[in-house]
Design a protein around this ligand. Structure first.
Ligand code: GLN
Length: 500
């Protein structure tokens, strides 16, 4: 049976009917990984043996009458989430060889429900980046055009879903790292409200911003995965103890009676015209589905980037202090004393972007600069959150482009970190507010390298995916899922698959 492009909800139907086993699904996924991952490079490591063992166990559980929501579904996990007994490196050389003695809560929940963990997906080192080029191991390629980045930092998870190497995946989103790669790879990605999903076992980058969430082929699958991972966890004091609603229930075909806001500030100069056009067309589709479209304003949008690049590096500089070569992973052997060992381990273990952020963050937190930078950024963060509160008082959810451009060529921005950072302008604010959002495919733009006579013409003819975000207030996941689902049903962008 061809796993590709089977969705999770379709696979569950097959499993329930008995027309396919989890072992067959898992074999198909492993076969697909074997065939194409040499080109895509979405996986840092594949646990074929473990996956097949889990699949057979899932089949046994099903044979006994069990039918938990993820039973037998092969998934991929971003390598910043701890997996018991399976190496977890966060895409960093400094964690090479680190095998966690426990599972992140989100992974533990999926395992309890009988999901099959295929392996760990590539990421920018410690999730710092927007292209997966900051991985300490290798670059992941966009399945729609292998010369392009898949986005990041959950680029491995997004590419694996797009390429049909797994049925769904987990990523993390600190400033856009689920939504942006979802948009670049033509899949659906959801960033939950801060506190909705446990961060226990999510290796910390910026603790006040990080959230784990699903990437999948469609909105229904995203809702299923969110259902599986959401909920209070006594091991994470920032997780919120409030009931998890039934997300499938929220999925309706129409948007009658809903007010959707479009932020004035989110159609900026220099935006790729095809992206702006596709998003405007998607907004028109929502109007035809019964929604009322209103213009809103998020006036502090222009400060989101500087605020994020003070707060996130500040938190990162504190979180990454623990990698001293003593407790985790990599450690140099030629040191003179413990101070030398720590310095050399960090010098050799961290990549350039991580070092840049540790320095930025240490500077922003240092005596004499703390008030001017970090404290000021915290105050402006409150203004950004207030923008969302005021806007969401006038509408049920917000529609906006996920990114200003489609995926860019590998190597084109690596020497210009500011250009790279600027690509996140539409995603960062939501994390600063702590609210939820989903990105869904809403069109395609021509691949820039496409020209006749090019051998790759045929494979690039589809172009590159474009994403639209639906943003909502705290714990409004049902609302953003509903809007995304109605839009998805009315269009066929999510049905297109890369020609691999
Ligand atoms: N691209 C942003 C950064 O580099 C966001 C990353 C993320 O969400 N993990 O920090």
């Amino acid at each position: 049976m061809d796993l590709y492009p089977l969705t999770i909800h379709e696979a569950l139907e097959h499993l329930r009917r008995g027309s396919v086993s989890s072992e067959q699904l898992t074999e198909a996924a492993l076969h697909r990984i074997e065939t194409i991952d040499g080109q895509v490079r979405a996986f840092l490591r594949v646990d074929a043996e473990g996956a097949l063992r889990q699949a057979r166990e899932a089949d046994r559980r099903r044979a006994k009458g069990e039918d938990t929501p993820m039973l037998g579904i092969p998934l991929a996990i971003k390598d910043v989430l701890c997996t018991k007994g399976l190496e977890t490196t966060c895409g960093s050389r400094i964690l090479q060889g680190f095998v966690p003695p426990y599972d992140a809560t989100v992974v533990a929940r999926l395992k309890q429900m009988g999901a099959v963990i295929l392996g760990k997906t590539n990421t920018d080192e410690f999730a710092m980046g927007s292209s997966t080029e900051n991985s300490g191991y290798f670059v992941t390629h966009n399945p729609w055009n292998l010369a392009m980045v898949p986005g990041g930092s959950s680029g491995g998870s997004a590419a694996a879903v797009a390429a049909g190497e797994c049925l769904g995946a987990l990523g993390t989103d600190t400033g856009g790292s689920i939504r942006q790669p979802a948009a670049f790879c033509g899949v659906v990605g959801l960033k939950p409200t801060y506190g909705r999903v446990s961060r226990y076992g999510l290796v910390a980058f910026a603790s006040s911003l990080d959230q784990a969430g699903p990437l999948a082929q469609d909105v229904t699958d995203c809702a299923l995965l969110l259902q599986a991972i959401a909920g209070y966890d006594p091991r994470d004091s920032t997780s919120v103890n409030r009931p998890v609603p039934d997300y499938q229930e929220a999925l309706r075909p129409r948007l009658d009676g809903m007010r959707l806001g479009v932020p004035r500030e989110y159609f900026v100069e220099g935006m790729q015209p095809e992206v702006a056009d596709a998003v405007r067309e998607a907004i028109a589709v929502c109007r035809r589905l019964g929604a009322e479209i209103v213009e809103i304003s998020l006036p502090h949008t222009e400060y989101a980037l500087p605020v994020y690049y003070l707060i996130a590096p500040a938190e990162a500089s504190a979180n990454l202090a623990r990698y001293d070569g003593v407790k985790y992973g990599f450690s140099v052997t030629d040191a003179e004393d413990i101070f030398d060992a720590s310095a050399k381990t960090r010098e050799q273990g961290f990549g350039a972007e991580v070092k840049r952020r540790i320095m930025l963050g240490t500077y922003a937190l240092s005596a004499g600069y703390y008030d001017a930078y970090y404290l000021k950024a915290q105050k402006v963060r409150t203004l950004i959150k207030r923008d969302f509160d005021q806007a969401l008082a006038q509408c049920d959810a917000i529609l906006a482009p996920t990114t200003p451009t489609t995926a860019f060529p590998i190597g084109s921005k690596v020497d210009d970190p500011l250009q790279m950072y600027l690509g996140d302008i539409f995603t960062l604010s939501l994390n600063l507010a702590g609210y939820c959002g989903i990105s869904v495919p809403c069109g395609f733009a021509p691949s820039p390298d496409r020209h006749e006579g090019d051998e790759a013409w045929g494979r690039h003819a589809e172009g590159l995916p474009i994403g639209i975000q639906v943003l909502g207030g705290p714990f409004q996941e049902p609302t953003v899922l509903r809007v995304a689902y109605a839009y998805e049903r009315a269009t066929e962008w999510h049905c297109r698959k890369p020609p691999l």
